[in-house]
Design a protein around this ligand. Sequence first.
Ligand code: ATP
Ligand code: MG
Length: 428
Amino acid sequence: MINSIRGFNDILPPETYIWQHIEKEAREIFETYGFSEIRVPLVERTGLFSRSIGETTDIVEKEMYTFLDKGGESITLRPEGTAPVVRAYIEHKLYASDPVAKLYYLGPMFRYERPQKGRFRQFYQIGAEAFGIDDPMIDAETLEMLVSLFQRLKLEGVTLNINSLGCKECRPLYKEKLINFLKDKKPSLCQDCQRRFEINPLRALDCKSKTCIELTSLAPSLLDSICEGCKTHFEKVKEHLSLYKIDFHLNPRMVRGLDYYVRTTFEITAEGLGSQNAVAAGGRYDGLVKDIGGPDVPGFGFAIGMERLVMLVKGQRQEAEGMGQGLVFMAMLGEKAEKAAIPLMKTLRSNGIRLERDYGSKSIRSQMRRADKLGAKIVLILGDDELASHSITVKDMESGEQEKVPFEKVEEKIRALLTERQKVMSKQ
Ligand code: ATP
Ligand code: MG
């Protein structure tokens, strides 16, 4: 037996129905905000990530799946979606006629991390990127889009944390301030924070280590140190979030683990996920498009962690119907019935009705057991009696009621029963 690789998961039915449900809602909502889907490769040149995400980030330092391909080129399984989407935006000159492009993606990402609850080596993200808009209104609106998705999915206990990281002008000044403040404390910081002290001291602000938390507790505040332009931008983001009636928590210590963020950054955390409690994160990345070789076009985006979102939806939704949803089961007694049912099954299926059957000419009892096991809502029974009268017995598995219906009326009857059930369900 060859097992799957550690950190690489199979996603099985019925859970795949939850995935599909989330993906469908996300596509629908993103489209209503003017975003279109982009599909980018799973593999890119290594330099794309090391250059954009930052050499001292966790991702580039230790989490990348990097290989030499047979031609000797260093390639990497994408650890995140922003850099590939930016690359595609530049490569296909999507900015040529209009710098504004709103794109979303869904698919797997790869990071060599220690697998644990909510953390895998292949995991899925749904993400969105808005290019070409400086206006802080897009920050707020994109956040609102994300929050609406979570509302549509009926998530509870989620918190939006926001911060501003300043820009290329004011962050270096803050960085210096922070280095000065931490200089004599450096030997007591954790190994990671010591190592990235000169290049990326801000990471010490949201380091999880107890001593780092203590040592940085009186550090100068980033939000007090950002420039006027960044302050105005951030004020407008907050104002618009309030206009959208979105609650947020200001977290001046939140520093994202990717170097390309400037100004607005955020993270959405949720209760019930354990210590990996961030379900989505993102921010503004003005400068990234230029750094990767494109024009100076600003950007704002986010990524949702699918596995964590699925965990929340699984824990919070009542109508976890899964595989049985709307399922009709065709029970046939004898070879003659099996043949007679074929045109009907074909019609029902081509009209979009989910229909399952059994194979091997089993007894009616055994077929009913299987229908039950699959969670079928309706069973159609075709035996000698029915054949003689050119009809089918339609059984509602919930109420147990059954009725003989002429062949031509079967579909109508099924639809009536299914909508009735749906009405009952939505009332609950
Ligand atoms: P974390 O703090 O959990 O390490 P991150 O800052 O590395 O997250 P991002 O790169 O911002 O995460 O990715 C956005 C989202 O993708 C995260 O909020 C999380 O929900 C999800 N995610 C990130 N890494 C993993 C992983 N290894 N397995 C599952 N989901 C992940
Ligand atoms: Mg991480």
